[in-house]
Write a new protein. Structure first.
Length: 216
């Protein structure tokens, strides 16, 4: 049966987080299609992956027989994360925008799984694996908006997930999530509500579509 790798990175729990809520809708629809399947879940906010160290980094470019004890330990933890990505039939990532980019906890996970000669390079080991990213944000950074140039979530993740790791990338973007809480954004609440509704609809639809594609 199919395996889903689900990564959450929001600092906020449960329904307080748009990225978690929309990702949960995707996962629910996925599990309904794959009741006997496997979900590998990592909450990198609650249980952070350590930021990559010199030992973990350098071990990727040295033969295992030449690893120091420190490199062996650090690289073993890195390989575990890489193997989870390689074993997945699909990947689901919650990626809220913090200060114009992704949370540092998600960046740490990416630093570990991106390994030249294995997950990156001429033949990335997870190439073609579908990945759905729920890229929530408090405002709007869509083309044509005043802050379009401050969008460093989708641009960055496209470079890493699609262009470097070779994954089949799609985004779901719930935006204006601060509108209900910020009086200065009160006129944007209807747009927020419409964006949220679309995000949940897209999450459910994409989960079912992906399940059918993998079953074919």
């Amino acid at each position: 049966m199919a395996t889903l790798l689900h990564i959450d990175s929001s600092a906020f729990p449960g329904e307080a987080s748009s990225s978690r809520s929309v990702a949960a809708a995707f996962r629910k629809a996925w599990e309904e299609q794959h009741p006997e399947g496997t979900v590998i879940y990592r909450d990198v906010a609650a249980n952070p992956v350590p930021h990559i160290t010199a030992d973990a980094w350098s071990a990727g470019y040295v033969a295992p027989s030449e690893h120091t004890p420190e490199q062996s330990a650090a690289f073993a933890a890195r390989v575990k994360l890489i193997e989870e990505l390689e074993q997945a039939d699909a990947v689901l990532i919650g990626a809220p925008m913090y200060n114009y980019t992704i949370p540092s906890t998600l960046k740490a996970w990416l630093d570990h799984v991106l390994l030249l000669g294995r997950t990156a390079g001429e033949t990335p080991s997870a190439q073609g694996t579908p990945v759905i990213v729920v890229a929530s944000r408090g405002g709007s950074y869509a083309p044509g908006t005043p802050r379009e140039g401050y969008e460093f979530v989708q641009n960055y993740l496209e470079a890493v997930l699609k262009d470097t790791l070779g994954l089949d990338l799609e985004f779901i973007v719930p935006e204006l999530t601060m509108a209900p809480r910020n009086p200065a954004m009160s006129t944007l609440v209807p747009l927020y509500e419409a964006s949220r509704e679309r995000a949940f609809e897209n999450a459910t639809a994409k989960a079912k579509e992906l399940a059918e594609r993998l079953a074919a």
